[in-house]
Design a binder for this molecule. Structure first.
Ligand SMILES: [Zn+2]
Length: 507
């Protein structure tokens, strides 16, 4: 007997439709899975057999062959379990015939007790099944519905699926959405006292998509400031929302109950994070790393000086290209990775350099610390601010900072101006277009000349300064770039004085 059931496997963040063909025939009892299954997919044999027996069904005493088509595509993960189990039951038992299977797709892992479990990447998998109805684990129902191209049925066990397919029971109701696992409103800038320069840098970063480095002693609120960046950024555009939601689904992160991700994601990996968790990869299936989970949002690296130089070096490709390519012996995938980098670091290993208390570090220790920041990485960070401890006055006078909503309205207006130039944010403007979209004349031009002449600015730095000046002018609602905008951009590009002694390359 032969039966077919449709499912899907993951390739990066995309799903690929898989037809599971099951043949149950004469011969010595055996159970084989062919068609390029990976390790977790081959283990389906053990899970499927146990699940069928624990659900009270009979295991066919026959030669069972499962073929996963198309056979040239590597199948990863456990999402094919349910389709394989139903194929076996339809082809080799009288619990189910194969007629009802043809209108359905199945995306779920089986527990040994016959329970259905959600699988990573449900959103992409369901979208790629291309069947009128898709059956998933009950806990994955809401995520599966986000795919929007099939009727979704959520079940708790293999037994329940068989009963519903055979017409012996109605499909279970969709469980009511209880709490939302994703907080939809990021913290507000109004909670931050003082920090006028850092707040301005955050606003420019949000408006222009520029990367930001904050240097300052511990406990000055660098992380508190960074966490407020998503709240002043525009919502994700529909395409980015879909892509980022898929990445989060594949990474096993929760998605909002009501729809795709809308608020830009904020990811803050610890400095001890492995290369794989930051960049992506893994020995089995390809997993997206933090650079991809922050696609469309913010990647915050606190204590930048503590990250390994090798890890920081690996950030260069995504910072340059907006995606990351991961290669392994069994193939390669490309994950999206377009994020705003926000980094924070202490001025020296003890953190006290430049503050009222005196630094206890030796000169070589300070230099080693700063040298961890490679020139090429620093080169991609256009905004560098010194974050000081707020003064007692700023902390005590109870003055409330501007709200995120107020700042965000200026950011949205600036982004609108960028959109009229055909880009999402000014950071994406090609250097060749600068003379047209960011012309610099008169006193502002003289200011740039002076910076080039006295070595404060390199040729590459010149382009970056003009981009930031464009953003500053956009935030002020100005068409032309005046001295104020250039002075602001130059000041933000200037490396904090602490770098001077240690960094051999020019800004
Ligand atoms: Zn120190």
């Amino acid at each position: 007997m032969l039966a077919q059931a449709v499912s899907a496997t993951l390739r990066g963040i995309d799903g690929q439709r898989v037809v599971v063909e099951v043949h149950v025939g004469n011969g010595l009892p055996a159970f084989n899975v062919v068609g390029l299954p990976d390790a977790s997919c081959r283990e389906a044999r053990d899970r499927v057999r146990a699940a069928i027996l624990s659900s009270g069904f009979k295991w066919p005493s026959a030669r069972i062959t499962v073929n996963l088509a198309p056979s040239g595509v590597r199948k990863e993960g456990a999402g094919l379990d349910l389709a394989i189990a139903l194929g076996v039951l339809a082809a080799g038992s009288d619990h189910l015939d194969d007629a009802p299977l043809k209108d359905y797709g199945f995306v779920a892992e089986l527990g040994l007790d016959g329970s259905l479990r959600p699988v990573p990447g449900t959103l992409s998998l369901v979208a790629s099944v291309h069947q009128p109805t898709v059956v998933v684990a009950a806990a994955a129902t809401h995520e599966a519905m986000l795919a929007g191209n099939a009727v979704v049925r959520g079940c708790r066990s293999l037994g329940e699926v068989v009963a519903c397919l055979a017409g012996l029971a109605p499909w279970p109701d969709i469980p009511a959405a209880d709490h939302d696992p994703v907080a939809t409103s990021p913290p507000d800038l109004a909670d931050v006292a003082g920090h006028p320069f850092a707040r301005q840098a955050l606003e420019i970063a949000a408006a222009g998509g520029h990367n930001l480095l904050m240097v300052g002693p511990p406990g000055t609120g660098k992380s508190m400031l960074a966490r407020r960046l998503p709240g002043i950024m525009p919502d994700l555009d529909p395409e980015t929302a879909l892509v980022t939601s898929r990445v989060h689904s594949v990474a096993g992160l929760p998605l909002p109950r009501a729809g795709l991700l809308a608020v830009p994601p904020f990811r803050a990996p610890h400095h001890s994070a492995t290369m794989t968790s930051l960049i992506g990869g893994g020995s089995g299936r390809f997993r997206p790393g933090e650079v991809s989970c922050s696609h469309g949002g913010v990647l915050f690296l606190d204590e930048l000086g503590e990250f390994s130089p090798r890890t920081l070096d690996a950030l260069r490709q995504p910072l340059e290209d907006g995606h990351i390519r991961i290669s392994r012996a069994h193939g390669s995938v490309t994950f999206p990775a377009r994020f705003a980098l926000v980094a924070a670091m202490n001025p020296c290993p003890c953190g006290l350099l430049g503050s009222a208390e005196s630094c206890r570090c030796s000169d070589p220790a300070r230099q080693r610390y700063m040298r961890r920041l490679s020139g090429p990485l620093l080169d991609r960070i256009d905004l560098r601010v010194h974050v000081e401890r707020p003064t007692v006055g700023q902390l005590l006078d109870g003055e409330v900072g501007e709200t995120s909503a107020a700042v965000r309205s200026r950011v949205l207006a600036a982004r609108q101006r960028a959109a009229e130039r055909g880009v999402r944010a000014n950071v994406e403007l090609p250097a060749a277009s600068l003379d047209k979209v960011a012309p610099v004349e008169g006193a502002a031009l003289a200011m740039l000349r002076a910076a080039l002449d006295d070595g404060r600015l390199s040729a590459r730095g010149l382009t970056r300064v003009r981009l930031v000046a464009r953003t500053i002018a956009d935030l002020a609602g100005a068409d032309s770039i005046d001295e104020r905008a250039i002075a602001g951009a130059l000041a933000l590009r200037a490396r904090p004085a602490l770098f001077d002694a240690c960094e051999p390359t020019r800004a």
